[in-house]
Design a protein around this ligand. Structure first.
Ligand code: NAI
Ligand code: NAD
Ligand code: ISE
Length: 336
C-alpha cells in the first residue's frame, strides 16, 4: 500500500520531510500540500517535482478524499487546530513538536483521540529515533550504569531569529529534552527551576540567553540543561547520564578528524537538519509504516501532553525565579 500524504506547512522542515518521503523513504507519496503562503507551497511542489495538489488551506487538505494521512509542519500555534481536524476526519496525523503550544491545547487533542477510540497521532520527537540516544537507553534499561542519579545536558544553537523570545527556549527548544528524559529514564517530572546566568551580547533584547533549567524527577533524578541558542560556534547537543556504577555519554556525530597546520580538529555541525537527519528518516518511515499497518507506535499525544505540562511549569519558573511543582495527571489506560 502507498500511503498518500498531505503536508500542512511547507517551510523549512515541511520541505525537508516532503523531500525525505519523496526521495529516500518507501511506502509514502506526497499528494497534497498547503501553506499560508501558497506561493511557497507551489514552489516546494515544483522543486521536488511531485504531482501534488496545492490546497487553499489546511482544512481543505485534511478533507481531501485521496489524502490518507496528514503531516502538520506549520508554526507551533497552528498545530492544535489541524491535529483536531485530522482526528475528526479519522486520519492519522504526524505533528511536529510542539503538539500544541499549551498543555490545555494538548489536553483537547487527548480528549478527541480517546473519543475517536483509535491512536491517530504521532508527535515529532525525533530524538527517540537517534542511534546515540537509543544506545544510551539500551545501557540504562540493561542496568549497565546502575540506577541513574544525575543528567547533565546542553542544547545549543548558533543563533535564533528576532521572533524567538524567552519562553521559546522552553516551548521550542527545551521541549525536546523534556520528552527525551521522560523516555530515557522512564520517569516523570516533579519540579522545575530556571536560572539566568549573565546574558550573552549576541542575544537580541527579547530573549534571555543562556538559561539553565533544573529539573527533578519523581524517582529523584536531578537534571541540569543549559539552553544556549546564540552560542555562535555550532549546533551542539550534549547529554551525560550519571548512574550508580557508570556514566553514559551521548556520542558525538561522526566527523573526520583532521590533523593539519599544527592542529587536530573535528567539524561541529551548524544546524539540526544534519544532526538529526537519520533520526528524521527513521521517525517518518515509522509513521508511514504505522499508517500502512494501522498501528502507530511512535511518541503519542500523551507524550506531547506530558512535555507540554512540564514546559508550561518551566515558563512559570522563568517568571517566578522559584522552584515550581509539576503535577502530572494519571495516564489514561488508552495510552498504556
Ligand atoms: P518554518 O517557518 O520554516 O515553516 C513553517 C511553515 O508553516 C511556513 O511555511 C508557514 O508559512 C507555514 N504555516 C504557518 N501557519 C500555517 C497555517 N495555518 N497553515 C498552513 N501553513 C502555515 O518553520 P519550521 O522551522 O519548518 O518549523 C515548523 C515546525 O517544525 C515547528 O513546529 C517547529 O517546532 C518544528 N520543527 C521541528 C524540528 C525538530 O527538530 N523536530 C526542527 C525544526 C522545526
Ligand atoms: P518555518 O517557519 O520554516 O515553516 C513554517 C511554515 O508554516 C511556513 O511556511 C508558514 O508559512 C507555514 N504556516 C504557518 N501557519 C500556517 C497555517 N496556518 N497553515 C499552513 N501553513 C502555515 O518553520 P520550521 O522551522 O519549518 O518549523 C515548523 C515546525 O517544525 C515547528 O513546529 C517547529 O517547532 C518544528 N521543527 C521541528 C524541528 C525538529 O527538530 N523536530 C526542527 C525544526 C522545526
Ligand atoms: C527547532 O525548532 C528544533 O526543533 C530543533 O531541533 C531545536 O534544536 C531548535 O532549538 C528549535 O528551534
Amino acid at each position: 500500500m502507498t500511503v498518500k500524504i498531505g503536508i500542512i506547512g511547507t517551510g523549512m522542515i515541511g520541505e525537508e520531510h516532503a523531500r525525505r518521503i519523496t526521495q529516500q523513504l518507501t511506502g509514502g507519496q506526497i499528494v497534497a500540500v498547503t501553506d499560508v503562503n501558497l506561493d511557497q507551497a507551489r514552489a516546494v511542489v515544483e522543486r521536488l517535482g511531485v504531482e501534488a495538489q496545492v490546497y487553499e488551506d489546511g482544512q481543505a487538505l485534511i478533507s481531501a478524499e485521496n489524502v490518507d494521512a496528514v503531516m502538520v509542519t506549520s508554526w507551533g500555534p497552528t498545530h492544535e487546530e489541524y491535529v483536531l481536524a485530522a482526528i475528526k476526519a479519522g486520519k492519522p496525523v504526524f505533528c511536529e513538536k510542539p503538539l500544541a503550544t499549551t498543555a490545555e491545547g494538548c489536553r483537547h487533542i487527548i480528549d478527541a483521540e480517546i473519543k475517536a477510540n483509535k491512536r491517530l497521532v504521532q508527535v515529532g520527537f525525533m530524538r527517540r529515533y537517534d542511534s546515540g540516544y537509543q544506545m544510551m537507553k539500551a545501557a540504562i534499561d540493561g542496568n549497565r550504569l546502575g540506577e541513574p542519579l544525575i543528567v547533565h545536558a546542553a542544547h545549543r544553537n548558533p543563533e535564533v531569529p528576532e521572533r524567538y523570545v524567552t519562553p521559546m527556549a522552553i516551548h521550542d527548544t527545551l521541549i525536546h529534552e523534556l520528552d527525551t528524559f521522560r523516555w530515557l529514564l522512564d520517569d516523570d517530572y516533579k519540579s522545575a527551576q530556571v536560572l539566568f546566568p549573565r546574558k550573552t551580547r549576541h542575544a537580541h533584547s527579547k530573549v534571555e540567553d543562556p538559561q539553565i533549567v533544573l529539573l527533578e524527577t519523581v524517582k529523584g533524578v536531578r537534571i541540569d540543561v543549559e539552553v544556549f541558542v546564540n552560542c555562535k560556534y555550532g549546533y551542539d547537543i550534549q547529554c551525560d547520564v550519571v548512574g550508580e556504577e557508570g556514566i553514559a555519554r551521548l556520542p558525538e556525530p561522526q566527523s573526520l578528524q583532521l590533523r593539519q597546520a599544527g592542529q587536530r580538529s573535528n567539524e561541529i555541525l551548524m544546524d539540526w537538519k544534519k544532526r538529526f537527519g537519520e533520526a528524521f528518516d527513521v521517525e517518518l518511515q515509522a509513521f508511514i509504516d504505522g499508517v500502512a499497518t494501522g498501528e502507530l507506535k511512535g511518541p503519542s499525544s500523551w507524550d506531547g501532553y506530558a512535555a507540554a505540562i512540564a514546559g508550561d511549569v518551566c515558563v512559570q519558573a522563568q517568571e517566578s525565579g522559584g522552584i515550581e511543582q509539576i503535577e502530572m495527571p494519571e495516564r489514561p489506560a488508552f495510552y498504556a
